[in-house]
Design a binder for this molecule. Structure first.
Ligand code: HEC
Ligand code: HEC
Length: 327
């Protein structure tokens, strides 16, 4: 009898060791993705558009900044994007790299095509997957070129940022293929017309400002959508940035009874976005959006107002430290 248990115990032990080895080897895998044929330019209009995107709707500067500068930048200060934002989540600790043209610590040695591939195909220069926090896969060719042009125009800043590190859970997600590079869902447009139409609003809300990423119910492990787009309900658990507060994103669809902005007219919406942050610790990059142009805000309003209404009552969006969170 004893020897049977021994055999079972040894077998389980061996399987466990094999599993751990599999996870450690599998989590180091690299990916192939095409290098988009997109390059930076010295054109001043393009550089200005790139800067507008980075410090406005696309809010690159809300993450690619040292932690102690983020709130200043939110309020309008401008610094080169020398990286440093750190985000601890169960799969690991994400570190936003230095995006200034510094050779040793920034993107000075990256080619434009390597940077464009990172944005469009979520594959890092070293071939590893980029953790899905940058939903720019369908950004237009022209906007990617604008961003590359702005990145190259910055002053180089020496700031060594640690690589993103994965926990055992994160490594398991990588090894079992649950964390994969995000490819574009369709061929991104070469350029997009900037006007106040719902078409442009959709582009901003989904492919630039990522309103959809936070205002849609999602699986916290894989990032997959688990409910209708823009219907709210994404839970932000307390972290260092939120100072212990938790948040739930409200429903942005035009459902009269449960949509937070269903009874707002265009002016109310624009005024709210311009006003900026009310709640300290909210993950929404309010200050960045407050710098969006009228045309862009109108376009987003038009787009959100013509969505199918989804009934989803979000009772409460803010929870004080220690307060019980809904299931
Ligand atoms: C929500 C925070 C956030 C925003 C917004 C954001 N980034 Fe990132 N970025 C990160 C993090 C975190 C990483 C590292 C992820 C990883 O290591 O898997 C990263 C990685 C990168 C890389 C990886 C380069 C490489 O090959 O290693 C590039 C390029 C980049 N970001 C550019 C941008 C640009 C351009 C924007 C705006 C258009 C932007 N990011 C917006 C957080 C962000
Ligand atoms: C990083 C996550 C995140 C992103 C991106 C984001 N939001 Fe939010 N949003 C939240 C959270 C969390 C709240 C609730 C806390 C608060 O009001 O700050 C919220 C609240 C709101 C509110 C209600 C404000 C009020 O005063 O009641 C509106 C309107 C809104 N978001 C619109 C947008 C739009 C439009 C975009 C894109 C341009 C966007 N959000 C992008 C997370 C996000």
């Amino acid at each position: 009898m004893k020897s049977v248990f021994k055999i079972i115990a040894v077998t389980l032990g061996v399987l466990l060791v094999v599993l751990v080895i599999y996870i450690f080897l599998g989590s180091g895998k690299t990916f192939d993705a095409p290098y988009p044929d997109l390059s930076a330019s010295k054109d001043s209009a393009l550089i200005a558009r790139g800067k507008y995107l980075a410090f406005g709707p696309a809010h690159c500067a809300s993450c690619h900044m040292p932690m102690d500068k983020i709130m200043e930048v939110e309020q309008g200060a401008e610094f080169p994007m020398s990286g440093g934002w750190e985000f601890k989540i169960p799969p690991g600790t994400l570190h936003a790299p230095n995006l200034t043209p510094h050779k040793e610590t920034g993107i000075g040695n990256y080619t434009d095509q390597e940077l464009a591939r990172a944005l469009r195909h979520s594959v890092k220069r070293n071939g590893k997957v980029l953790f899905p926090v940058m939903p720019f896969q369908e950004m237009s060719d022209e906007d990617i070129r604008a961003i590359l042009s702005y990145l190259r125009s910055q002053e180089p800043v020496s700031n060594e940022v640690e690589e993103t590190s994965y926990s055992f859970l994160g490594r398991a997600l990588l090894a079992f293929g649950l964390l994969q590079p995000q490819a574009p869902k369709y061929t991104p447009p070469a350029a997009i017309k900037i006007d106040s139409t719902a078409t442009y609003g959709e582009y901003v809300a989904k492919n630039v400002a990522n309103c959809v990423g936070c205002h849609t119910p999602r699986d916290l492990m894989t990032g997959a959508n688990i409910g209708p787009e823009f219907s709210g309900g994404f839970l932000f658990t307390p972290d260092e940035f939120s100072k212990g507060y938790a948040f739930i994103s409200p429903n942005l669809t035009p459902d009269k009874a449960t949509g937070v902005m269903a009874n707002w007219d265009e002016e109310t919406f624009i005024n709210r976005m311009r006003y900026g942050r009310v709640l300290e610790g909210s993950h929404m990059p309010w200050g960045f959006y407050s710098r969006m142009t009228d045309i862009e805000l109108k376009a987003v309003y038009r787009y959100l107002s013509q969505l199918d209404p989804v009934e989803n009552k979000i009772e409460k969006t803010v929870f004080a430290p220690g307060e019980a969170l809904p299931e």
